[in-house]
Design a protein around this ligand. Sequence first.
Ligand code: PSZ
Length: 290
Amino acid sequence: MKFAILNGKIIERSEAKVDIEDRGYQFGDGVYEVIRVYNGKMFTVTEHLNRFVKSLDSIGITLPYTMDHLTKLLEDLIAKNNLQLGTIYMQITRGVTPRNHAFPSENVSPSLVAYTKEAARPLENLKIGVKTIVTEDIRWLRCDIKSLNLLGNLLAKQKAAEVGCFEAIQHRGQDVTEGSSSNIFIVKNGMIITHQSDNLILKGITKDVILQVCERNSIPVEERTFTLDEFMDADEVFLSSTTAEVMPIIEVDGKKVGDGLPGPVTKRLQEWFEQEIEKQCGALQDKILN
Ligand code: PSZ
């Protein structure tokens, strides 16, 4: 994509460069968001921007723009790049300053970067489901912050990739927390169970859409910790994220989940999730359950 945002201006992607002493580069001292674009329109943009500000607040960075201004900037970027179906990546770091662990005392301007990518919906995986592994959650205790520090997540994802799996599902002792880049849900006897949104997981925007849809359709949900045993014994399992949407999980550590096919509750949620997309962004060309 030809254009990117650097510190409030839309410039050529190839011109968008940051200093070697940017604190994001040296320390991962910043936060980010990924927003889905369908039909040239951002899905759940307000929710993503609110979470962005929450992440920024929790590390003591002030957003150097109003929400309206930032939204307009992102809309302009989508238009300039003529993006129809894809994602926007956006990050803010504490800025450029001589290397020192402690925050800079003088007024350093935060660095904002955003750019777009074309990305189809993962329709094949959404139809047939994905394979996963489980791995110990070795991350820090503020997983609610969408921090640039992703080493724990990367090590988990790499472990999955090395055995041809889509996702690594993390657990702290017996308790399942979340995927390396997704939230995890189990279905048991018609009840949906997912980890509560506390400091141990990221409060997914997709998760929140799913919970709202469940509420509206009287699907019972429990937000609580669940164990690896409950997870392995579930009728259905699925994960959620901005790009993976409602993704059926059909295998864990080489063992089939249920009968090894996406389950009925998961499929109904996929249909309702597509309806939410269409409400905000207009009709989808290709759908999961055609
Ligand atoms: O393109 C990708 O692979 C993406 S876009 C967003 C994600 C992956 N993952 C977000 C995420 C996460 O990184 C962790 C650790 N937990 C949960 C999620 C899901 O958050 P939402 O639904 O807001 O994307």
